[in-house]
Design a protein around this ligand. Structure first.
Ligand code: UD1
Length: 338
């Protein structure tokens, strides 16, 4: 079975390509290399022994998307990661985000709607819940007004898919709402490659640990949590990647209950920023230089997933602990800075 993975050279995309190939799927990657590198292909080959097909293509070019689907008529599923993901940048450049994240989604869905049968997995985010009223967060928690254009593209993206599925019985889709992905493949052949100064916690921790950054700023020590720092649900990227394969199989084997479904992907455990730092210190044996500073605007106090639906309906459960995920992130950081 041939699967298209858009953004397949990115962080979560590349780990998903590995898991797909491990399960015997034939993979075609589309990536515009705007936030990734062709060298990631070598890492995928090192792990799986198989080179996926790769086309450098900008999905904003509608005619190229049409040509791609004309050429690859045998694609049975699409996992769509390709998108811009920097929250701050999205506030500065909203139209860039709407064009990159929304028009590309529309072009792909248009092509899939022409097929007799199509399966589509969408990369969504727990950001759609904003600060949820109840923890853990279940899938039926209300979607709150987005804090940023980035967050809004995930909400609008989900709506576009759901509305398209309503009128397209041949299209089956699943939106996966990720909590906080982190870590790297245990082989340290692929991992996260943030460009410039990392905005996310874990790459900032590992870059500080290796000496690239002087100090980690912990954004806020006065939140109403056990230690005053924010709580998040950190999930190992390999667990996340495996969930994509399971979700795709669910659609291909027609086991889905409706032609549009939504699942949370998290561990179900909330960890504070200070707990993440402790985990790093434990697995690396290094003291981390950090200081508590003001809150970061737009941050929520706490978010962790109810995993019941993913466990019971999808049949998937995160296997890795925070320490295991942190160790893989640290191994990867050490490997790329050698
Ligand atoms: C962020 C985005 C979210 C997006 C997700 C994708 C914001 C406000 N939210 O989530 O929309 O879906 O990334 O990965 O940007 N922290 C520090 N110091 C740092 C960096 C982070 O203390 O240098 C803290 C943050 O305050 C937060 C936690 O670490 O409590 C996690 O932050 P981050 O990795 O940026 O993820 P989110 O903010 O949860």
């Amino acid at each position: 079975m041939k699967v298209l993975v858009t953004g397949g050279l990115g962080f979560i995309g590349s780990h998903t390509v590995v898991e797909l190939q491990n399960k015997g799927f034939e993979v075609v990657i589309i990536d515009d290399l705007s936030n990734s590198s062709e060298e990631v292909l070598n890492g995928i080959v090192a792990i799986t022994g198989k080179k996926p097909e790769f086309e450098k293509l900008d999905l904003k070019e509608k005619s190229k998307v049409e040509d791609f689907f004309k050429k690859h008529t045998d694609i049975s599923g699409v996992i769509h990661f390709a998108a811009s993901k920097a929250v701050g940048e999205s506030v500065e450049k909203p139209l860039l985000y709407y064009e990159n994240n929304i028009s590309t989604l529309v072009y792909i869905l248009k092509e899939l709607s022409k097929k007799d049968k199509a399966s589509f997995i969408f990369s969504s985010s727990c950001t759609v819940y904003g600060q949820a009223d109840k923890m853990p967060i279940t899938e039926d928690a209300p979607v709150k007004t987005a804090e940023s254009p980035y967050g809004n593209t995930k909400q609008i993206g989900e709506e576009i898919i759901s509305e398209t599925c309503k009128v397209t019985p041949t299209l089956n889709a699943i939106a996966l709402r990720y909590f906080n992905p982190m870590g790297a493949h245990p082989s340290a052949e692929i991992g996260e490659l943030p460009i410039g100064v990392p905005q996310n916690l874990v790459p900032f921790i590992t870059q500080t640990g290796i000496g690239m950054r002087k100090e980690l700023s912990v954004f806020g020590g006065d939140y109403p949590t056990t230690d005053g720092t924010c709580i998040r649900d950190y999930i190992h990227v390999v667990d996340l990647a495996k969930a994509h394969v399971i979700a795709l199989q669910r659609l291909l084997e027609e086991k889905n209950n409706a032609n549009y479904e939504v699942f949370n992907l998290g561990t179900g455990t909330g960890s504070s920023v200070l707990e993440a730092i402790k985990s790093f210190e434990k697995v690396s044996g290094k003291k981390l230089n950090y200081k508590i500073v003001d809150r970061r605007p737009g941050d929520i106090t706490a978010a962790y997933a109810s995993t019941d639906k993913a466990n019971n309906v999808l049949g998937w459960k995160a296997a890795s602990t925070l320490d295991e995920a942190m160790k893989s992130a640290w191994d990867w950081e050490q490997k790329i800075r050698k």
